[in-house]
Design a binder for this molecule. Structure first.
Ligand code: MTE
Ligand code: MO
Length: 320
Protein backbone atom coordinates (compact mmCIF):
# COMPACT_ATOMS: atom_id res chain seq x y z
CA UNK A 1 0.00 0.00 0.00
CA UNK A 2 1.09 3.52 -0.74
CA UNK A 3 -0.30 4.96 2.42
CA UNK A 4 0.14 4.09 6.02
CA UNK A 5 -3.00 2.79 7.64
CA UNK A 6 -4.44 4.97 10.37
CA UNK A 7 -4.84 1.88 12.57
CA UNK A 8 -1.07 1.39 12.42
CA UNK A 9 -0.57 4.76 14.03
CA UNK A 10 -0.41 4.71 17.82
CA UNK A 11 -3.08 7.02 19.18
CA UNK A 12 -0.36 9.05 20.87
CA UNK A 13 0.76 10.07 17.39
CA UNK A 14 -2.60 11.25 16.15
CA UNK A 15 -2.19 14.95 16.42
CA UNK A 16 -5.22 17.08 17.07
CA UNK A 17 -5.68 19.29 14.04
CA UNK A 18 -5.46 22.44 16.14
CA UNK A 19 -1.85 21.48 16.77
CA UNK A 20 -1.11 21.11 13.09
CA UNK A 21 -0.19 24.72 12.54
CA UNK A 22 2.42 24.44 15.29
CA UNK A 23 3.63 21.26 13.72
CA UNK A 24 3.89 22.95 10.35
CA UNK A 25 6.00 25.67 11.91
CA UNK A 26 8.13 22.98 13.45
CA UNK A 27 8.47 21.18 10.15
CA UNK A 28 9.45 24.36 8.35
CA UNK A 29 12.14 25.09 10.91
CA UNK A 30 13.33 21.51 10.96
CA UNK A 31 13.36 21.32 7.21
CA UNK A 32 15.79 24.19 6.82
CA UNK A 33 17.98 22.69 9.53
CA UNK A 34 17.88 19.05 8.47
CA UNK A 35 17.03 18.99 4.82
CA UNK A 36 13.85 17.59 3.34
CA UNK A 37 14.63 13.87 3.40
CA UNK A 38 15.13 13.86 7.15
CA UNK A 39 11.91 15.76 7.64
CA UNK A 40 9.77 13.26 5.73
CA UNK A 41 10.92 10.49 8.01
CA UNK A 42 9.90 12.33 11.15
CA UNK A 43 6.30 12.84 10.10
CA UNK A 44 4.23 10.24 11.88
CA UNK A 45 1.24 8.90 10.01
CA UNK A 46 1.86 10.78 6.83
CA UNK A 47 2.08 9.43 3.35
CA UNK A 48 4.76 11.88 2.29
CA UNK A 49 5.62 15.49 2.81
CA UNK A 50 2.93 16.77 0.46
CA UNK A 51 0.22 15.05 2.49
CA UNK A 52 1.66 16.13 5.81
CA UNK A 53 -0.42 19.14 6.66
CA UNK A 54 -4.05 19.86 6.14
CA UNK A 55 -5.20 20.81 2.70
CA UNK A 56 -5.56 24.31 4.13
CA UNK A 57 -1.89 25.10 3.65
CA UNK A 58 -1.92 24.10 0.00
CA UNK A 59 -3.07 25.79 -3.12
CA UNK A 60 -6.80 25.21 -3.17
CA UNK A 61 -8.16 23.37 -6.17
CA UNK A 62 -11.30 24.40 -8.01
CA UNK A 63 -13.43 22.01 -5.94
CA UNK A 64 -12.15 22.80 -2.46
CA UNK A 65 -14.08 24.78 0.09
CA UNK A 66 -12.07 27.14 2.30
CA UNK A 67 -14.47 26.67 5.22
CA UNK A 68 -13.01 25.59 8.53
CA UNK A 69 -12.21 21.89 8.44
CA UNK A 70 -13.83 19.58 10.97
CA UNK A 71 -11.22 18.29 13.43
CA UNK A 72 -9.79 14.85 12.67
CA UNK A 73 -11.01 13.47 16.00
CA UNK A 74 -14.61 14.34 15.13
CA UNK A 75 -14.41 12.87 11.64
CA UNK A 76 -13.20 9.54 13.03
CA UNK A 77 -15.40 9.28 16.11
CA UNK A 78 -18.83 10.53 14.96
CA UNK A 79 -19.78 8.09 12.22
CA UNK A 80 -22.65 6.41 10.49
CA UNK A 81 -21.76 2.83 9.61
CA UNK A 82 -24.62 0.55 10.55
CA UNK A 83 -22.60 -2.60 9.93
CA UNK A 84 -20.78 -1.65 13.14
CA UNK A 85 -23.76 -0.41 15.16
CA UNK A 86 -26.34 2.35 15.07
CA UNK A 87 -24.81 4.83 17.51
CA UNK A 88 -22.39 7.40 16.14
CA UNK A 89 -19.84 6.19 18.66
CA UNK A 90 -20.13 2.50 17.68
CA UNK A 91 -18.06 2.40 14.46
CA UNK A 92 -14.81 3.61 16.05
CA UNK A 93 -15.16 0.93 18.73
CA UNK A 94 -16.33 -2.04 16.70
CA UNK A 95 -14.41 -1.58 13.45
CA UNK A 96 -10.96 -1.74 15.03
CA UNK A 97 -10.15 -5.24 13.81
CA UNK A 98 -11.89 -4.99 10.45
CA UNK A 99 -9.55 -6.48 7.86
CA UNK A 100 -8.91 -4.33 4.79
CA UNK A 101 -5.81 -6.10 3.47
CA UNK A 102 -5.81 -7.89 1.09
CA UNK A 103 -8.80 -6.23 -0.62
CA UNK A 104 -10.42 -7.04 -3.92
CA UNK A 105 -13.14 -5.29 -5.88
CA UNK A 106 -15.23 -7.16 -8.42
CA UNK A 107 -16.33 -5.25 -11.49
CA UNK A 108 -19.41 -6.63 -13.21
CA UNK A 109 -22.17 -5.99 -15.71
CA UNK A 110 -22.11 -3.74 -18.76
CA UNK A 111 -18.40 -3.06 -18.85
CA UNK A 112 -15.50 -3.96 -21.12
CA UNK A 113 -13.11 -4.84 -18.32
CA UNK A 114 -15.06 -7.01 -15.87
CA UNK A 115 -12.77 -8.78 -13.39
CA UNK A 116 -11.97 -9.19 -9.76
CA UNK A 117 -9.23 -6.69 -9.13
CA UNK A 118 -6.78 -6.44 -6.30
CA UNK A 119 -7.25 -2.91 -4.95
CA UNK A 120 -3.65 -2.07 -5.86
CA UNK A 121 -4.31 -3.00 -9.50
CA UNK A 122 -7.64 -1.21 -9.65
CA UNK A 123 -6.03 2.06 -8.55
CA UNK A 124 -2.59 1.62 -10.08
CA UNK A 125 -1.08 4.87 -11.29
CA UNK A 126 -3.83 7.09 -9.92
CA UNK A 127 -2.42 10.22 -8.31
CA UNK A 128 -3.81 10.80 -4.84
CA UNK A 129 -5.57 14.16 -4.80
CA UNK A 130 -6.77 16.21 -1.86
CA UNK A 131 -10.34 17.51 -1.90
CA UNK A 132 -11.89 19.57 0.87
CA UNK A 133 -15.63 18.90 0.63
CA UNK A 134 -18.66 19.81 2.69
CA UNK A 135 -20.56 16.72 3.80
CA UNK A 136 -24.26 16.95 4.71
CA UNK A 137 -25.93 14.04 6.47
CA UNK A 138 -29.68 13.58 5.99
CA UNK A 139 -29.87 13.82 9.80
CA UNK A 140 -29.20 17.58 9.47
CA UNK A 141 -25.61 17.75 10.65
CA UNK A 142 -22.59 18.47 8.50
CA UNK A 143 -18.80 18.43 8.41
CA UNK A 144 -15.97 19.77 6.24
CA UNK A 145 -13.65 16.92 5.38
CA UNK A 146 -10.25 16.96 3.67
CA UNK A 147 -10.39 13.75 1.68
CA UNK A 148 -7.59 12.09 -0.21
CA UNK A 149 -8.34 9.93 -3.23
CA UNK A 150 -9.12 10.14 -6.93
CA UNK A 151 -12.05 11.16 -9.15
CA UNK A 152 -14.55 8.36 -9.70
CA UNK A 153 -14.51 9.34 -13.40
CA UNK A 154 -10.92 8.09 -13.69
CA UNK A 155 -11.94 4.68 -12.45
CA UNK A 156 -15.02 4.52 -14.69
CA UNK A 157 -12.87 5.41 -17.71
CA UNK A 158 -10.38 2.70 -16.80
CA UNK A 159 -13.16 0.08 -16.58
CA UNK A 160 -14.85 1.14 -19.84
CA UNK A 161 -18.61 0.75 -19.44
CA UNK A 162 -20.38 -0.29 -22.63
CA UNK A 163 -22.76 2.19 -24.35
CA UNK A 164 -25.79 0.44 -22.84
CA UNK A 165 -24.67 1.16 -19.24
CA UNK A 166 -26.67 3.99 -17.65
CA UNK A 167 -26.01 3.48 -13.95
CA UNK A 168 -23.28 2.26 -11.66
CA UNK A 169 -24.02 0.32 -8.49
CA UNK A 170 -21.69 -0.09 -5.51
CA UNK A 171 -21.82 -2.65 -2.73
CA UNK A 172 -20.15 -2.81 0.65
CA UNK A 173 -18.54 -6.04 1.81
CA UNK A 174 -20.91 -8.63 3.29
CA UNK A 175 -19.18 -10.28 6.23
CA UNK A 176 -21.24 -10.74 9.39
CA UNK A 177 -18.26 -12.37 11.10
CA UNK A 178 -16.53 -8.99 11.03
CA UNK A 179 -19.57 -6.71 10.97
CA UNK A 180 -21.81 -7.33 13.96
CA UNK A 181 -24.56 -5.11 12.53
CA UNK A 182 -25.04 -7.53 9.62
CA UNK A 183 -26.17 -10.30 11.98
CA UNK A 184 -29.95 -10.49 11.77
CA UNK A 185 -30.24 -11.20 15.48
CA UNK A 186 -28.65 -7.86 16.29
CA UNK A 187 -30.09 -5.62 13.61
CA UNK A 188 -33.00 -7.32 11.91
CA UNK A 189 -35.71 -5.50 10.05
CA UNK A 190 -33.61 -2.46 9.12
CA UNK A 191 -31.22 -2.31 6.22
CA UNK A 192 -30.73 -5.25 3.91
CA UNK A 193 -27.12 -6.21 3.51
CA UNK A 194 -24.84 -5.69 1.77
CA UNK A 195 -25.25 -1.89 1.80
CA UNK A 196 -25.93 -0.83 -1.78
CA UNK A 197 -25.77 2.55 -3.48
CA UNK A 198 -25.88 3.79 -7.03
CA UNK A 199 -25.37 6.74 -9.32
CA UNK A 200 -26.47 7.60 -12.79
CA UNK A 201 -23.43 7.26 -15.03
CA UNK A 202 -23.35 10.99 -15.82
CA UNK A 203 -23.38 11.72 -12.07
CA UNK A 204 -20.50 9.29 -11.64
CA UNK A 205 -18.56 11.12 -14.36
CA UNK A 206 -19.05 14.54 -12.74
CA UNK A 207 -15.64 15.77 -11.57
CA UNK A 208 -16.93 16.18 -7.98
CA UNK A 209 -17.66 12.45 -7.57
CA UNK A 210 -14.72 11.02 -5.72
CA UNK A 211 -13.35 7.76 -4.36
CA UNK A 212 -11.73 8.46 -1.02
CA UNK A 213 -8.91 6.40 0.44
CA UNK A 214 -7.74 8.86 3.07
CA UNK A 215 -8.54 11.78 5.35
CA UNK A 216 -6.14 14.54 6.43
CA UNK A 217 -3.37 12.87 4.43
CA UNK A 218 -3.67 9.58 6.35
CA UNK A 219 -5.24 6.31 5.23
CA UNK A 220 -8.98 6.08 5.81
CA UNK A 221 -9.78 4.83 9.27
CA UNK A 222 -11.97 1.72 9.16
CA UNK A 223 -14.95 3.62 10.57
CA UNK A 224 -14.80 6.10 7.66
CA UNK A 225 -14.97 3.40 5.02
CA UNK A 226 -11.53 1.85 4.54
CA UNK A 227 -10.08 0.93 2.23
CA UNK A 228 -12.19 2.85 -0.29
CA UNK A 229 -15.53 4.66 -0.20
CA UNK A 230 -17.63 6.90 -2.39
CA UNK A 231 -17.94 10.66 -1.77
CA UNK A 232 -20.58 12.71 -3.64
CA UNK A 233 -20.61 16.04 -1.83
CA UNK A 234 -23.81 17.39 -3.43
CA UNK A 235 -25.76 14.42 -2.10
CA UNK A 236 -26.67 13.36 1.42
CA UNK A 237 -23.98 11.43 3.26
CA UNK A 238 -25.75 8.11 2.93
CA UNK A 239 -24.76 7.95 -0.76
CA UNK A 240 -21.17 7.58 0.42
CA UNK A 241 -21.03 3.79 0.45
CA UNK A 242 -18.07 2.46 2.45
CA UNK A 243 -15.73 -0.54 2.11
CA UNK A 244 -16.66 -1.13 -1.55
CA UNK A 245 -16.18 -4.66 -2.90
CA UNK A 246 -18.48 -4.61 -5.92
CA UNK A 247 -18.98 -2.16 -8.79
CA UNK A 248 -21.64 -3.10 -11.31
CA UNK A 249 -22.60 -1.24 -14.48
CA UNK A 250 -26.24 -1.58 -15.50
CA UNK A 251 -29.01 -0.07 -17.61
CA UNK A 252 -31.52 -0.18 -14.71
CA UNK A 253 -31.68 2.16 -11.74
CA UNK A 254 -30.14 0.25 -8.82
CA UNK A 255 -32.22 -0.40 -5.73
CA UNK A 256 -30.25 1.31 -2.99
CA UNK A 257 -30.19 0.05 0.61
CA UNK A 258 -32.08 3.06 1.96
CA UNK A 259 -34.73 3.01 -0.78
CA UNK A 260 -35.28 -0.64 -0.06
CA UNK A 261 -35.55 -0.01 3.69
CA UNK A 262 -37.80 3.06 3.48
CA UNK A 263 -38.76 4.24 -0.03
CA UNK A 264 -41.02 7.08 1.14
CA UNK A 265 -38.10 8.62 3.05
CA UNK A 266 -35.08 7.94 0.85
CA UNK A 267 -35.03 8.31 -2.90
CA UNK A 268 -32.47 7.28 -5.48
CA UNK A 269 -31.18 10.79 -6.09
CA UNK A 270 -30.59 11.89 -2.49
CA UNK A 271 -29.56 15.36 -3.67
CA UNK A 272 -29.18 17.83 -0.82
CA UNK A 273 -32.33 19.91 -1.25
CA UNK A 274 -33.43 22.24 1.56
CA UNK A 275 -36.88 22.51 -0.05
CA UNK A 276 -37.69 18.83 0.26
CA UNK A 277 -38.12 17.81 3.87
CA UNK A 278 -37.49 14.35 5.13
CA UNK A 279 -40.99 13.11 6.08
CA UNK A 280 -40.02 13.22 9.76
CA UNK A 281 -37.92 16.41 9.92
CA UNK A 282 -36.86 19.53 8.05
CA UNK A 283 -33.86 19.72 5.71
CA UNK A 284 -33.81 23.53 5.66
CA UNK A 285 -30.89 23.90 8.07
CA UNK A 286 -28.00 21.97 9.50
CA UNK A 287 -25.56 21.99 12.39
CA UNK A 288 -21.88 21.84 11.58
CA UNK A 289 -20.24 19.38 13.96
CA UNK A 290 -18.29 21.39 16.53
CA UNK A 291 -20.57 24.42 16.18
CA UNK A 292 -23.56 25.36 18.26
CA UNK A 293 -25.74 27.34 15.91
CA UNK A 294 -27.58 26.16 12.84
CA UNK A 295 -26.83 27.31 9.34
CA UNK A 296 -29.05 27.31 6.29
CA UNK A 297 -28.65 24.29 4.06
CA UNK A 298 -27.74 25.20 0.50
CA UNK A 299 -29.20 23.65 -2.64
CA UNK A 300 -26.98 20.74 -3.75
CA UNK A 301 -25.00 21.41 -0.56
CA UNK A 302 -23.52 24.52 -2.20
CA UNK A 303 -22.37 22.68 -5.34
CA UNK A 304 -25.20 23.83 -7.65
CA UNK A 305 -22.80 25.47 -10.09
CA UNK A 306 -21.09 22.14 -10.73
CA UNK A 307 -24.07 19.77 -10.71
CA UNK A 308 -27.40 21.55 -11.30
CA UNK A 309 -27.24 20.87 -15.05
CA UNK A 310 -27.34 17.13 -14.35
CA UNK A 311 -30.94 17.53 -13.21
CA UNK A 312 -32.40 20.03 -15.66
CA UNK A 313 -35.86 18.86 -16.59
CA UNK A 314 -36.12 16.55 -13.59
CA UNK A 315 -38.77 17.29 -10.94
CA UNK A 316 -36.61 17.28 -7.83
CA UNK A 317 -39.62 16.98 -5.52
CA UNK A 318 -40.66 13.73 -7.15
CA UNK A 319 -37.09 12.59 -7.73
CA UNK A 320 -35.81 13.18 -4.20
N1 MTE B 1 -21.60 0.61 4.21
C1 MTE B 1 -22.12 1.71 4.73
N2 MTE B 1 -21.83 2.91 4.16
C2 MTE B 1 -22.34 4.04 4.68
C3 MTE B 1 -23.20 4.01 5.81
C4 MTE B 1 -23.49 2.74 6.39
O1 MTE B 1 -24.24 2.61 7.38
N3 MTE B 1 -22.92 1.63 5.83
N4 MTE B 1 -23.75 5.19 6.30
C5 MTE B 1 -23.83 6.32 5.37
C6 MTE B 1 -24.21 7.58 6.03
S1 MTE B 1 -25.81 7.74 6.54
C7 MTE B 1 -23.33 8.63 6.16
S2 MTE B 1 -23.84 10.14 6.75
C8 MTE B 1 -21.90 8.47 5.79
C9 MTE B 1 -21.05 8.84 6.98
O2 MTE B 1 -19.68 8.80 6.66
P1 MTE B 1 -18.63 9.09 7.82
O3 MTE B 1 -18.99 8.19 8.98
O4 MTE B 1 -17.29 8.75 7.25
O5 MTE B 1 -18.75 10.53 8.18
O6 MTE B 1 -21.58 7.15 5.40
C10 MTE B 1 -22.54 6.52 4.57
N5 MTE B 1 -22.02 5.26 4.10
MO1 MO C 1 -26.16 10.10 6.91
Amino acid sequence: MLIQRASDIPSSEITPERLYSNRREFIKTASSALGTAAVISILPGCMNSSASGTAQNKARGPYDTDEKQTPYEDIISYNNYYEFGIDKSDPIKYSKNFKTKPWTVSVEGMVKKPATYALEDLTKGFAMEDRVYRMRCVEAWSMVIPWMGFPLAELVKRLEPTPSAKYVEFKTILDPSQMPGQKPSIFGGGLHWPYTEGLRLDEAMNPLAFIAMGIYGKSLPNQDGAPLRLVTPWKYGFKGVKAIVKIRFTDKQPLTAWMEASPQEYGFYANVNPQVDHPRWSQASERRIGEFYKRRTLMFNGYAEQVAQLYSGLDLRKNF
